[in-house]
Design a protein. Structure first.
Length: 765
């Protein structure tokens, strides 16, 4: 064999190394190719699709929120979203021009937009959501416009020439579909409905509680894009429609809600209190017909402040921006908070109906029990005083409740005993949540909100018996009041009665839930009868409504955690007392001046009860005494001769004024079938061309009934008395339906609201 030369050996060694390296490289490539095609194929497929497809989410509309009659309280509408494509922006001058244009149109800070535009590795960043039509039109004009700039370019012959270039704004920005939540009634039921953020997620109220139910399923627009990431024509587009969320039908009635809010707004202003709150409940089902807090806020601008509020923040924190922002946030959260379910208060004397019900149910007392109130009672080392320092003297149970006598109910509580007292305290729901379908309901805690049984001594039992030294939520209190009204059944309060799909088909309906029966029907009826006496003859007399029997209890409690001089005034009631339909609870927190529930809360409740029962079509049942004070309706006099009309009116006791020289009545004021006092004024017009007589309404406030009547009649006006007409001697007017100095037609009827300040106090220092 021929011996291999060194050169030949070197060649074979090199060839061997080459073959080995080739095998390694090829093998590695083959393995990687296999991994890409087999193991990681889906990942690379998705990456390719991402580069080839433009995927845009279509926001889904949230479900609609309706009131009980189908009135829309919250609804989503189509708006637009502005986005920017930073990776498409190469020219710095174009970027600056684009940012300036967007800032001018959207109102967003220039620096904020520049920060997004500078993120060149991003292909899609949202600049602004929920853009409405007017702003969208401005942006569309910008999208069709371009930015021009000059550059020097070399021609084929080597010469330089200045040329104009264009960059269309549409290459860097675009508009996508979006949705925005609208609240047609602004502030109405704001603490109940709640609101959504710019991300369309519920932030408070029912919007938060039912967020997953209300939220729809987003859609998508998938469009092919070329190598430069430009979207191609619609023939390469696939659309997956969004699905609307489930809609809610509430138990809230927009009309009753407005009645409640109007009255709360007035007492909130007049009392200069820290807050005013109210609830109207269907006593049989627990359905909430109205729930309101004052001061409320605009759902369409939940983070907005008035100019006065902004100025106050500036004045309080002139140099400390962080402290100012913290104060603003604190104020916002307080405004959004629903006091009725999330906060507690000392219920005061309203709670005496619970003590009375428990004692009667356990036969610890009888309705004819007798107790002599001397003005105070000694309990261990404490002296508990009655609001009437001289004492009420001898009273039975009804009179004790009518007079809201603290020593009386201390005695009742002691007869009941702490074990039975606590048993009924639990049974009426004061140690647990009510289960209402709202977020952030307060969970009562023993030792914090109420006395645990094992820590309740004779002093604690005595103070609890008349509603002090513990706290409840307003929703707990009205639920307990409703249990007295409906025969002893404690119901679960609720706000959503139905859920509807996109085609308005009912997919879920709330059924009333009875938690338990807390007292017998006989006991509930006995307490209801006593509560009616509170309104007809006791501290609740300002809640009297002619034709509607109202049963109620006043309350005034000192805020033990806030020191001396701060109170919560309240009144809880139901009506009609003989066949209850609604319960109403009114609270005013820290009123200034008059602070007793019988002074400031009862008139509010009376108006809400009267308007609500009238609206619900509940027929009035007048007593013989009430019929004597009853207003009448004007007869139809148009077309009759003046002599005939005058004679019939004077026979009925009306005062008549004829305007014109004609012989036939052509018009009358008040018009036919209008409410008018039995001895009221009617104006008869006998000529079409005759100008109507007008008068200025006098200020009829702070007057007795007779004084107000006198002033109204002398001004040529009719007066309608609202208040306990059976006690006219002690009534004083506090409001009127037409403002003083307003010009009205001669003969117009003005409703004047009266209340008593005598015998309505249930608390005194």
């Amino acid at each position: 064999m021929e011996k291999m030369t060194p050169r030949r050996k070197l060649f074979f060694r090199a060839l061997t190394v080459f073959l080995i390296l080739s095998l390694v490289v090829f093998g590695s490539s083959a393995v990687n190719l296999a991994r890409i095609q087999l193991a990681d194929s889906e990942q690379y497929k998705q990456q390719a699709e991402k580069n080839q497809l433009h995927d845009t989410e279509i926001s889904a509309e949230r479900g609609i929120i309706y009131d009980s009659n189908g009135t829309v309280l919250a609804k989503s509408a189509s708006v637009w979203k502005l986005y920017i494509k930073p990776c498409e922006i190469e020219n710095e001058d174009f970027k600056n021009a684009l940012c300036r244009e967007l800032s001018a149109i959207t109102g967003i800070e220039l620096e904020t937009i520049k920060e997004k535009a500078d993120k060149s590795h991003h292909s899609y960043l949202t600049v602004k959501r929920q853009i409405e039509l007017e702003e969208k039109k401005k942006l569309e004009n910008l999208l069709s416009d371009f930015y021009s700039y000059n550059v020097l370019e070399e021609n084929d012959d080597g010469t330089l020439e200045r040329k104009t270039k264009k960059i269309y704004y549409s290459s860097a920005i675009g508009l996508d579909p979006d949705v925005k939540r609208y609240y047609p009634y602004g502030t109405l039921a704001s603490n109940v409905i709640g609101f959504t953020g710019t991300d369309d997620i519920g932030r408070a109220g029912l919007e938060l509680k039912y967020d997953t139910v209300l939220t729809g399923t987003p859609g998508r627009i998938i469009t092919a894009q070329n190598g430069r990431s430009d979207v191609m024509s619609q023939e390469f587009e696939t659309v997956y429609d969004a699905s609307q969320g489930t809609s809610l039908v509430l138990t809230i009635d927009e009309v009753i809600q407005r009645y409640l809010e109007d009255e709360l707004k007035q007492v909130y202003t007049d009392s200069k209190g820290a807050g005013a709150y109210g609830v109207v409940m269907d006593v049989d089902t627990g359905a909430i017909l109205a729930m309101a807090s004052m001061d409320n806020y605009d759902l369409n601008d939940p983070q907005g402040f008035t100019d006065e509020e902004k100025a106050a923040f500036e004045e309080e924190y002139p140099d400390d921006i962080a402290a100012r922002d913290a104060a603003r946030n604190s104020a916002l959260f307080a405004r959004w908070r629903n006091f009725i379910v999330s906060d507690s208060y000392e219920p005061g004397s309203v709670f005496k109906i619970i003590t009375a019900a428990a004692a009667l149910e356990e036969n610890a007392v009888e309705t004819d029990m007798n107790y002599f109130c001397s003005g105070k009672i000694q309990v261990s080392d404490r002296t508990i005083k009655c609001h009437k320092r001289s004492g009420h003297g001898s009273q039975d149970l009804t009179e004790g409740l009518m007079n809201s006598c603290n020593p009386f109910f201390v005695t009742v509580g002691q007869k009941l005993g702490k074990e039975k007292f606590f048993e009924y305290f639990e049974a009426f729901g004061f140690t647990e949540k009510t289960g209402i379908d709202l977020p952030a309901e307060l969970m009562p805690v023993a030792g914090v909100n109420y006395h645990a049984l094992d820590s309740m001594g004779i002093v604690e039992l005595s103070s609890c018996s008349f509603g002090q030294s513990f706290q409840v939520t307003p929703i707990q209190m009205i639920t307990a009041i409703s249990a007295i009204a409906n025969g002893g059944h404690l119901m679960t309060p609720y706000l959503v009665q139905k859920q509807l799909d996109e085609d308005n088909n009912v997919i879920k309906e709330t059924q009333p839930i009875e938690r338990r029966q807390v007292v017998s029907e006989q006991t509930a009826a006995a307490v209801a009868e006593m509560m009616e006496a509170v309104v007809t003859k006791g501290t609740g007399k300002n809640a009297y409504v002619a034709g509607y029997r109202v049963a109620g209890k006043t309350g005034t409690s000192q805020k033990l955690t806030s020191g001396q001089g701060k109170y919560v005034a309240s009144f809880g009631c139901f009506a009609p007392a003989d066949d209850p339909e609604i319960a109403v609870l009114i609270l005013v927190d820290e009123p200034v001046g008059q602070y007793n529930g019988g002074q400031i809360c009862t008139p509010v409740a009376a108006k809400v009860v009267e308007k609500t029962l009238e609206y619900l079509g509940v027929e009035r049942q007048y007593t013989d005494d009430e019929l004597e004070f009853l207003d009448t309706n004007t007869p139809n006099l148009v077309g009759k001769s003046v002599n005939e009309a005058e004679a019939s009116l004077e026979k009925e006791g009306f005062e008549v004024k004829v305007v014109g020289e004609g012989e036939t009545v052509l018009n009358q004021v008040p018009a036919y079938n209008q409410t008018i006092p039995q001895d009221g004024i009617i104006v008869l017009y006998t000529e079409d061309t005759e100008e109507r007589l007008t008068v200025k309404v006098p200020d009829l406030r702070m007057m007795s009934v007779s004084q107000a009547n006198k002033y109204a009649l002398s001004a040529g006006l009719n007066i309608k008395i609202s208040g306990n007409a059976l006690n006219t001697g002690e009534l004083v007017s506090y409001d009127q339906s037409i403002a003083p100095e307003e010009e009205v037609e001669y003969g117009t009827t003005v409703t004047v609201y009266f209340k008593s300040n005598t015998g309505v106090s249930d608390y005194a220092d």
